[in-house]
Design a binder for this molecule. Sequence first.
Ligand SMILES: Nc1ncnc2c1ncn2[C@@H]1O[C@H](COP(=O)(O)OP(=O)(O)OP(=O)(O)O)[C@@H](O)[C@H]1O
Ligand SMILES: [Mg+2]
Length: 221
Amino acid sequence: MAKTIIKIKDLVKTFEGGRVRALDGVNLEVPEGEFISIMGPSGSGKSTLLNMIGALDRPTEGEVIVDDVDLSKVKNLNEFRARKVGFVFQLHNLIPTLTALENVEIPMFELGLSKRKRVERAKRLLELVGLGERLDYIPTKLSGGERQRVAIARALANNPKIILADEPTGNLDSASSDEILYLLLDLNQRGQTIVLVTHDEEMAEHASVVYRLKDGKIIET
Ligand SMILES: Nc1ncnc2c1ncn2[C@@H]1O[C@H](COP(=O)(O)OP(=O)(O)OP(=O)(O)O)[C@@H](O)[C@H]1O
Ligand SMILES: [Mg+2]
């Protein structure tokens, strides 16, 4: 049995002094190496849930345990994020003035890698996502699909336990979406745990489990 890499217990997240209940008692366990997807209507709490797993925000109630660490007890959240999770966002994810290579280097600063190590590793990751020929391109010179591949390379920068992808293909055509999906599936084959938020049923079906959120709760399907 694979170990549980993400454990979420009775998670509640409210905003606006409690008026908005974005997450309303979520329980979830993800075994290491799993590819799960999260679906649900706009506003159902998908991004909020990813943000809790990635410690971008604190829960109102409940527990989030990632790789045996209770996030409420973590002192240095920046370091936690840099080591344990890689985020892939839908939009605005790359720094426009930096090259593909430099964008991938960014998370490595948190761990104090040397310039040589950073460049070496960023190159290898860009080769892995099929962009070995685009190292010096700034984002505006890349296609949408290529930009998302850079974002995935960046998410992998510190060899994180978990990739959190929030609609990574939301604004891509279907051919580019397929490429990103195959890349994620390939990473999963190599043992990477992946949590994918998507509106695309076909994409979600490639995951081993599909969770559906509604009004901040996981609903039975
Ligand atoms: N920082 C915030 N302040 C106030 N309300 C928020 C905040 N973040 C999210 N919400 C609210 O919490 C609810 C869940 O938002 P969330 O972004 O998690 O939805 P989502 O499922 O990701 O939607 P979408 O598919 O549109 O991205 C929404 O009603 C949203 O308005
Ligand atoms: Mg969202």
